[in-house]
Design a protein around this ligand. Structure first.
Ligand code: GLN
Length: 202
């Protein structure tokens, strides 16, 4: 079984841990560099990206994390995790740092305020496009969207309808996966399985 870390400084660590175990991985919480050294891949959970940014500094995890991502360690970020992985962030704090592992521009809190959080069913390339597969329920909680993608980035999902129709909400670049939404809260483990398969293949 691959050993996958969940960055456990802040955010919904338990839900991701459950999703990864259901998807066939062994899981360890990562709070220090020695734990990061051991994992085959890392999930960066949802939470609050500027707080996570601060805590990465406090826990001396920035440089080790940037180094492992630079070496091609697979990573999956949901929501705040997507923001952390991105190369460019709109509407964040000037002092917030990020990991620059995914060639996208994301807009933080793009869908509006907390009360405008919403759910929708969507298609996810590589998951819902196989015969008999159900669409995926996607939960957006003060989520970012991807405003533009670099040449090497594959768009995996967009918002199907409504005011944000067409907005990009799931992307992949080589071993780095990110979703604006929270598959860890729905009990549908297909995105976690997708990531575990990616880690196995890496
Ligand atoms: N709005 C949060 C941020 O800016 C992300 C919200 C989430 O992860 N659910 O980091």
């Amino acid at each position: 079984k691959p050993l996958i870390g969940v960055l456990a400084l802040q955010g919904d660590v338990r839900e991701h841990t459950e999703g990864l175990i259901a998807a066939g991985a062994d899981v360890v919480a990562v709070r220090r560099a020695s734990e990061l050294d051991r994992v085959d891949g890392l999930v960066i959970p949802g939470g609050e990206s500027t707080t996570m940014s601060k805590l990465l500094g406090v826990f001396d995890l920035y440089d080790p994390l940037v180094a492992r991502l630079g070496d091609g360690m697979p990573a999956y970020g949901s929501c705040a995790g997507m923001i952390m992985l991105a190369s460019n962030i709109l509407d964040t704090r000037a002092d917030a740092r990020h990991l620059d592992a995914l060639d996208v521009t994301v807009r933080r809190n793009a869908f509006g305020r907390q009360v405008e959080s919403f759910e929708t069913d969507l298609e996810f390339a590589g998951i819902t496009d196989v015969p008999g597969a159900a669409p995926m329920r996607a939960v957006f909680i003060r989520a970012p969207w991807v405003e533009s993608v670099g040449d090497d980035v594959q768009v995996l999902a967009t918002v199907p309808s409504g005011p944000a129709a067409g907005r990009v909400v799931a992307v992949r670049q080589a071993n780095v996966l990110a979703t604006s939404f929270h598959p860890e809260v729905t009990g549908d483990h297909r995105v976690h399985r997708y990531f575990v398969d990616l880690v196995r293949a890496a």
